[in-house]
Design a protein around this ligand. Structure first.
Ligand SMILES: CC(C)(COP(=O)(O)OP(=O)(O)OC[C@H]1O[C@@H](n2cnc3c(N)ncnc32)[C@H](O)[C@@H]1OP(=O)(O)O)[C@@H](O)C(=O)NCCC(=O)NCCS
Length: 201
């Protein structure tokens, strides 16, 4: 599904409201009531080493971009999570960092991961974000338009496999000649939000 066709699926729903992704699931903005289940899902998918990832240095102590922390529910149960974070892609070039994305193991290969990404990208574009970066499996993310060539001039604040560092332009040319270090740009999280969570190294 393209970004545009995802927009068709989501255009009718006001941002902040629930969006039907597939008949069984509802994608909506994350609430504080989702946090415990979200963290349990991320622990199950990535283990404690997730807090040591290079991308965590761009997320730790920050808030996700407004309207871009998403949860999928089947009934009352949280079955997928995705957040996008404000960063600078080199000096003076605002972008978003996508991730972590996780789908409950018993809900995979149903299109839920794709629906989360497409919903996130449609919302990001509607909020005038111009570019999205991520570190992830290219064979999965290429289908959404993410490309390695767009990040070749950028450096993350730690080592990642270069083949997994990908970019997507929501506005044409948004990553043209992007150079320099990617840095955190999100609002700082209130202390109460982060105190209960393990910290990145
Ligand atoms: C990766 C993940 C989010 C995909 O979610 P999902 O809901 O199963 O994905 P979708 O249903 O949208 O897509 C399924 C398709 O993607 C493929 N796919 C899934 N993970 C893939 C990967 N890592 N690399 C390449 N292809 C992948 C599946 O084989 C399937 O292919 P098909 O459409 O040809 O049958 C999910 O497997 C997950 O949560 N994994 C653990 C956490 C993780 O790795 N997150 C991503 C960080 S990079």
């Amino acid at each position: 599904m393209t970004l545009e066709s995802a927009a068709l699926a989501n255009a009718a729903a006001p941002f902040g409201g629930a969006v039907a992704a597939r008949p069984r699931f509802t994608i909506s903005e994350e609430t504080t009531g989702d946090v415990v289940a979200r963290e349990a899902l991320l622990d199950a998918c990535f283990g404690p080493a997730r807090f040591l990832k290079t991308c965590e240095r761009l997320r730790a102590g920050r808030l996700p971009a407004r309207g871009l922390a998403l949860s999928a529910h089947e009934g009352e149960r949280l079955v997928a999570t995705l957040r996008l974070w404000p960063v600078l892609a080199g000096s003076g070039r605002p972008a978003l960092l996508l991730g972590p994305l996780a789908v409950s193991p018993d809900h995979r290969a149903l299109g839920l991961g794709a629906a989360m990404i497409e919903t996130g990208l449609v919302r990001a574009k509607a909020r005038n974000h111009r570019a999205v970066l991520l570190v992830g499996d290219a064979p999965y993310y290429q289908r959404f338009g993410f490309e390695r060539r767009l990040t070749e001039g950028l450096a993350l604040p730690g080592w990642v496999d270069p083949a997994r560092f990908l970019g997507l332009e929501l506005a044409p040319g948004a990553l043209n000649n992007a150079r320099g270090r990617v840095s955190a740009a999100g609002a700082f999280a209130p202390a109460a939000t982060t105190a209960a969570l393990p910290r990145a190294a």
